[in-house]
Each structure stands twice: as C-alpha cells, then as structure tokens.
Write a protein that binds this ligand. Structure first.
Ligand code: SAH
Ligand code: SF4
Ligand code: F3S
Length: 473
C-alpha cells in the first residue's frame, strides 16, 4: 500500500531526471478476462484522455466495455479534484456502486485520477469506504493492471498512489472516444502553483513529451483518418521549457502544422508564457485553428496577486488585444473565479469591467472552492456563499450577453465545420464545430459525420449556432 502525501506532492526538483519509458504490458488475472467494465471520467480534457487509456488498457487485456453500470463486473471512476462539487459527484456515484455491490458481491470498484492523489480523500476511502477495491493515482495509470491483480490476489482493498514528480510513459493502449478528433498530451503536470489550485499536487511537475513522440503520434492519427488534434497541457505555452534549450510551443505548432493534419487546437494557455512568436504561428498556419482559451481568473490586480497568477489586468489586456488584432476571425474564451478570499464588491466590479472590455466569445465561471492543502484554503474568506452565488449570477448574465453577441455576428456567414455526430438536441440534425470552436447544429440531407463541410449560419443562440450545409442552401 502507498498513500498520497500533499507535502511530497508539492516538492519540485529542477535537477531530477524525469524518466521517459515505454508501456510494459502485464497480463490481467485470468478470472477477469472476458468480464465487462464501465469507466466514468470527470474533469478536464487531460483526464478525458486518461480515461481513454484506462479503457484502452482494459480492452487490451480482453475485457469488454459496457454501456451501463448495472452490466459491469468492474467499474472505474476516473476522478477530478478541482472543486468540491467534483468530489460530491464522485462520492454520489460511489454510493450507487455500493448498492449494486450488495447484489453483485464480486463486482470490483476502482478509483483513479486526481481525487486519488488527495490525502484527505484517500484517508476517507481507507477508513470509511471499504467497498472500494482499489485506488491508483495519476502517476501509475500504466501500472493499473498490477494494482487490480494485487487486489484480486489478496482479496483486500489495494491503494497504490505515489506523490512524486512524475514520469512520462509512452505507448499506453488507448480507446479513443472519437474517430475524428483526438487528444494529444504535450506537457504533463504544472509548476505554476496558483494559490487556489490542486492540479500541481495531483499531476506532479511540469514535464514535456519529446517532440518526436508528439509528431509521430500526430502522423499516426492522421493516417488513421483523424481530422483534428488538440494538443493538451495544463499550460501548453510552457511546452519545452523543462526539456529543450530552444524548442518551444511555436516550434511544435509549426512542426505539427507541417504534418498536414487538417485542424490543430491547443489548450490551455496561461497568459504568462504566451509569446509573440506563438501568436505569429497561430496567425500564419492555416491548420492551426483561430481559437485561444486564455483564462483570466479575475480582473482585479489585488486578487490576481493573491491568486499567484503572475500577470496584471493591464498585461492580460495587452496580450488579449494582440491576439485579437493579429489572428483573423479568432475567438477567445476564458475562465473566471468569483468569491476568491478577500474579493470585495469593488474587485468583482473590476472583473465585470474586464469582461465588458474583452467581450469574450465565452467563459467558464466558477465560485471559489477551497482545496485542502493549497495556500488559498488558509486565506480568510469573508464572502459568504450567497454573495458568491449572487456574483456568479451577475457575471454569467454579462458573459452570456457577449457570447450571444459574438454568435449573432456569425449569422449570414459561411463557416467550415468538422461534423462530430448527430445533434444532441435534434436527431435529424448534425453537430459540428467551426474553426473558431463554435458549436453548430447543422441541417444536411446527407450523412456528413467525420467530414469538414461548409455551413451557412442561419441563427444564433447564446451557446450554439444553427446552420445549413451549403449544398442544401
Ligand atoms: N491550467 C488552466 C486551468 C485548469 S483548471 C489554467 O491555468 O488556466 C480549470 C479552471 O478551474 C481554472 O482556470 C479555474 O478557473 C478553475 N479553478 C481551479 N481551481 C479552482 C478552485 N479552487 N475553485 C474554483 N475554481 C477553480
Ligand atoms: Fe492550476 Fe494555475 Fe496550474 Fe492552471 S496554471 S493548472 S490554474 S496551478
Ligand atoms: Fe480535474 Fe485533475 Fe483535470 S483536478 S481539472 S481532472 S487535472
């Protein structure tokens, strides 16, 4: 058994060598071959991609994926720790599995992902949730089969979580959720330590994958028919800094662009590491999509400082305007936290001012949620939950107004969309994304799933567009 440790998770060592190694296959206990598994993933795109690996490894061992929990012999919850409501969802789901296990005593339940890296969570699982069969963390996903086998061999709860800098394991089997659009990790972990954020503790130090590995993955995906790839990292703009003297995100974007894959996206960009060179590449390469997610978090310099974000409102605005002016048709979205400890009504007004100035294409907005072990957890928080929610409500009204306006400006134009499936709202329509990441519900008489098609935009809503495929017009 190995338990997570927040103090260890916080350590950083610039001189330590990050191990890069290939996935080593281990056979799963023969009694599990042919059994059905169910994986539920919460959280960000990086975690989604980890979920694809959990499924890939299980499939490679002869297990069968099932659609619903009640069919499953093995359930794995790939968790997120970013806010308390992420925790609540997982504990709620665990309750469901507990009930199910009463009639299916052989069913196995495993927990992985970011919550598994949290000391408080694992202590609770160990003492109160004995029906959880195994836990593994973000650093040993590639060793998942060993963790499961040990549980089966001993019949006891098995917790294997490491609070280490992390390593880079290449070649873990994957079962990708989409046939057209694929996630590609480029940088793992985070060293920014924004004072509110749990990620540096759950994902380890910032470590880049070798560019050769990234390029060959993109080439492989292209040859498999993928139209779009999204380069992933908690802070993609820091790509290469830990590894190379003079190879950074702009070099990587150019090299990925040269593979000829049709669409390249990247998330998330921290404003601090964004260089002019990177903006040039986005502007110049046709297959690098004109979409930037640029989290601001707050419009108040006092709060930004307390958050440890390392930029001021003025610096953010300069960068924002540079991107807007240089990249044709770009859309820019952001993340905002309200009710950070010490945020006054005046500070909140500064955030509203920035939103009014930037007129973001969209924003993900959150009420501050204290995370155990982070510096912000210890700051005095004098805003009660009602005030936080009230600010969130006011902010969302402004945010929605501008995303609606941005969408309205698209009406009448023809936009290229990558169609990813049937529309969730209307089965007779298709659903796709424009180059600048707007969701479009598309009328088309022909099945266009997996294709990039031209769509005339007929109508705009706050969160989506409606359009007709050009051939139909
Ligand atoms: N790496 C990205 C963000 C990853 S987390 C970046 O730095 O921009 C996604 C978003 O969750 C953050 O941008 C932030 O807005 C929000 N978030 C993170 N921790 C939070 C917390 N403790 N409470 C509320 N929101 C939080
Ligand atoms: Fe969290 Fe900040 Fe790292 Fe983003 S950059 S993951 S908000 S610590
Ligand atoms: Fe959540 Fe971990 Fe991602 S905390 S947001 S799943 S890195």
């Amino acid at each position: 058994m190995n338990l997570p440790n927040m103090l260890e998770a916080k350590k950083r060592d610039k001189n330590s060598n990050i191990e890069i190694y290939d996935y080593k296959e281990v056979k799963i206990d023969e009694n599990l071959v042919g059994k059905k598994f169910f994986v539920r993933t919460y959280g960000c795109q990086m975690n989604e991609h980890d979920g694809e690996r959990v499924k890939g490894v299980l499939l490679s061992q002869g297990l069968i994926e099932c659609e619903t929990l009640d069919e499953a012999d093995l359930a794995i919850l790939n968790t997120c720790a970013i806010r308390e409501n992420a925790h609540d969802k997982v504990f709620g789901f665990m309750g469901l599995v507990k009930k199910m296990k009463e009639s299916k005593p052989d069913m196995l339940l495993g927990i992985c992902g970011c919550m598994a890296q949290e000391e408080v969570v694992v202590d609770e699982i160990k003492s109160k949730y004995k029906y959880v069969d195994f836990v593994f963390g973000t650093h040993n996903l590639d060793k998942m089969i060993e963790v499961i086998n040990e549980r089966v061999r001993t019949g006891r709860q098995n917790i294997e979580v490491y609070s280490i800098l992390g390593n880079v394991c290449e070649g873990i089997p994957e079962r990708r959720d989409s046939k057209y659009s694929a996630w590609v990790d480029i940088i793992l972990g985070c060293d920014k330590f924004c004072t509110y954020c749990i990620v540096p503790y759950t994902r380890g130090t910032q470590r880049s994958r070798k560019y050769e590995d990234i390029i060959s993955e993109v080439n492989r995906l292209k040859s498999e028919g993928y139209k779009e790839i999204t380069l992933l990292g908690q802070n993609v703009n820091a790509y290469g800094k830990d590894f190379y003297e003079d190879y950074n995100l702009s070099n990587l974007l150019r090299d990925v662009s040269d593979t000829g894959i049709e669409r390249i996206r990247f998330v998330t960009s921290h404003p601090w590491d964004f260089t002019d060179e990177m903006i040039d590449v986005i502007a110049e390469c046709d297959n690098v999509m004109p979409y930037v997610h640029l989290p601001i978090q707050s419009g108040s310099d006092k709060i930004l400082k307390l958050m440890g974000r390392k930029y001021t409102k003025k610096e953010y605005l300069e960068l924002y305007n540079k991107i807007r002016n240089r990249v044709k048709g770009v859309s820019i979205t952001t993340d905002i936290i309200v009710g950070f400890p010490g945020e006054t009504e005046e500070d909140f007004q500064c955030t509203l001012d920035v939103v009014n100035e930037c007129k973001f294409d969209g924003a993900f907005t959150f009420a501050f949620s204290p995370r155990v072990g982070t510096p912000a957890e210890k700051l005095e928080d004098n805003t009660n939950i009602e005030d936080k929610n009230e600010r969130l409500h006011r902010l969302n009204e402004v945010v929605n107004k501008y995303s609606n306006e941005a969408n309205q400006r698209c009406v009448g134009s023809v936009m290229k969309c990558l169609v990813i499936g049937k529309s969730e709202k209307d089965e007779s329509k298709y659903m796709g994304y424009t180059e600048n990441m707007k969701l479009v519900n598309i009328v088309s008489s022909e099945d266009v799933i997996g294709k990039i098609v031209e769509v005339k935009i007929d109508e705009a809503k706050s969160f989506s567009l409606n359009g007709t495929r050009v051939e139909e017009c």
